[in-house]
Design a protein around this ligand. Structure first.
Ligand SMILES: [Zn+2]
Length: 222
């Protein structure tokens, strides 16, 4: 699951429009941002095994800090608290929305990953493993993305042409996912981590742009 994680980011924005979309884009990948950094530092470990599952060549055999249930809950709470700190109003609600956006990553990973998500330390690993069948996981992922985008379109009013930018962005994201799934596998764990971090930054920057195409608030009619 890569692009599907952004469905909840769009959905969270629909739930609380004062949070910038780019903040939610980082939120839904926060566990993987931390994972990429820990992989680069050699703390968490991954093997590249082409064909490991149809949907991913990553054998994620050691990632208890970022993708263990406890670690994921802590990272969600920390991110939620940071977002709440910057909010002028509705801080508790902002905490909940941002923390839920972060934790949605773990839930979606649970659906597609094989049993590599530890419930405790590096043991009791869970995962439904839908990545084993890419023609099930891929449509599910796209559906999650498009459902979130639809909520965003419905609840976050657009300036003129805003929805065209939005749907163009979403379709481009889906295209990137296809390339990721069927293009060449990463050459090394650190290459995978660097590519991932770059992708998260670029997508967050594009999300900031998409947010500019939405109206600040409902247009008041005197
Ligand atoms: Zn992940």
């Amino acid at each position: 699951m890569f692009i599907g994680h952004y469905g909840p980011a769009f959905g969270a924005k629909a739930a609380l429009r004062t949070i910038p979309l780019w903040v939610l884009f980082i939120a839904v990948q926060w566990l993987d941002v931390c994972w990429s950094i820990l992989v680069l530092l050699g703390v968490e470990k991954v093997r590249i095994t082409p064909g490991f599952t149809q949907g991913s060549p990553l054998d994620l055999y050691f990632m208890p800090y970022t993708h263990g249930l406890i670690g994921a809950l802590i990272l969600s709470a920390v991110y939620g608290a940071i977002v709440a700190l910057f909010m002028q109003e509705r801080k508790a609600y902002a905490f909940l929305i941002a923390a839920a956006a972060v934790f949605s990553h773990w839930i979606l990973d649970f659906v597609v990953h094989v049993q590599d998500l530890p419930l405790w330390d590096n043991s009791m690993k869970v995962g439904l493993g839908l990545w084993r069948w890419v023609w099930i996981s891929l449509p599910l992922e796209l559906l999650t993305l498009f459902a979130g985008a639809w909520l965003y379109v419905k609840f976050v009013p657009a300036r003129r042409g805003g929805n065209i930018w939005l749907w163009g962005f979403v379709v481009a994201m889906a295209a990137v996912e296809f390339y990721g799934k069927f293009g060449p596998p990463p050459t090394s764990p650190s290459a995978e981590a660097e590519t991932a971090l770059t992708a998260y930054l670029v997508l967050a920057a594009l999300a900031a742009f998409v947010d500019l195409t939405r109206a600040k608030r409902e247009i008041a009619h005197p």
